[in-house]
Write a new protein. Structure first.
Length: 129
């Protein structure tokens, strides 16, 4: 998949989700996530989108969590925390506050965080305390 096809597929998947065609949105996001030609950070973002789709249809927690974990795995080597922070929000939403806090503490210790990211994490940690 090249950049134009990626962009078109991602936008179409989002449109299908907004139109409540969840099965099609899920299939499209899964296709992007599985494509090794798509850059890691783009696949990570699409895996977060997949987790959102799965949450919206009441998928099992393990399935949603696997999508978030895959996104985190894809972004980690590029020193990013976007997917991790989205998983934290999901964990809070499903009542797993202690796991959310633990993830934030681990993320806060990353030396590559910008100051604004550290501040946001500190604020979220204070909220969870």
């Amino acid at each position: 998949m090249d950049g134009k096809e990626y962009s078109a597929t991602a936008h179409f998947a989002a449109a299908r989700f907004e139109a409540r065609d969840v099965a099609e949105a899920r299939a499209l996001f899964e296709r992007i996530v599985a494509d090794p030609d798509v850059p890691d950070l783009d696949r990570s973002m699409m895996s977060v989108n997949l987790a959102t789709v799965l949450t919206s249809v009441g998928a099992r927690e393990a399935e949603v969590e696997a999508a978030y974990d895959h996104a985190i795995e894809l972004e980690r080597r590029w020193m990013r925390g976007f997917a991790a922070e989205h998983k934290v929000a999901w964990l809070v939403g499903v009542g797993r506050h202690w796991e959310a806090r633990e993830m934030l503490v681990q993320l806060r210790d990353q030396p590559w965080l910008r100051f604004d990211e550290r501040d946001r994490i500190d604020t979220n940690l204070a909220t969870l305390a």
